[in-house]
Design a protein. Structure first.
Length: 162
């Protein structure tokens, strides 16, 4: 047999094997791609579920925090109203002359000094109200932050197992 014919036959066999192997591996590659697409879709779906859980947890935390803030605002308003009534009563009592039945010839109450007590009391009460409101809001914000962290930390992140 001619060496060129033998080489051509050998090259034809290799080419045919190459093409057939390409078809076979092409099918495997397509199967791998399909499996990858399925896995990717499942992972994306799981990630969306986890994200939805995180969002629901955060919305719950925000709703609870807003309810607490509203309660604090109502308490502050009620305390402010009670403090205003108390201040009015102190001012009223400080404007009245001191009437002591045992005192002889009771005199008039000191004008500016009587008002000074009411003014100092009013300012101290306002400062205390502002400080209490700030402290309550800070406490609610801190609790909301902790709750938000806990709601996210208890849900497994994508890729860390289920």
């Amino acid at each position: 047999m001619n060496p060129y014919a033998l080489a051509a036959l050998f090259a034809g066999g290799i080419a045919t094997g190459w093409v057939l192997n390409g078809w076979r591996l092409g099918e495997q590659i397509n199967a791998i791609r399909a499996d990858h697409a399925e896995s990717l879709a499942a992972a994306e779906s799981r990630a969306r579920q986890i994200e939805s859980g995180w969002n629901a947890g955060m919305q719950e935390v925000q709703r609870n925090a807003q309810e607490k803030i509203d309660a604090v605002a109502a308490d502050v308003a009620a305390a402010g109203s009670a403090a205003e009534r108390l201040r009015e009563r102190v001012a009223e009592l400080s404007r009245r002359p001191a009437a002591c039945p045992g005192a002889t010839g009771g005199g008039e109450a000191a004008g500016p000094a009587g008002g000074l007590l009411a003014d100092v009391s009013r300012r101290l009460d306002q400062a205390a109200d502002e400080l209490a409101e700030f402290a309550e809001r800070a406490a609610v914000a801190g609790e909301a932050c902790e709750a938000a962290h806990d709601s996210i930390a208890t849900t497994p992140a994508p890729g860390r197992g289920v």
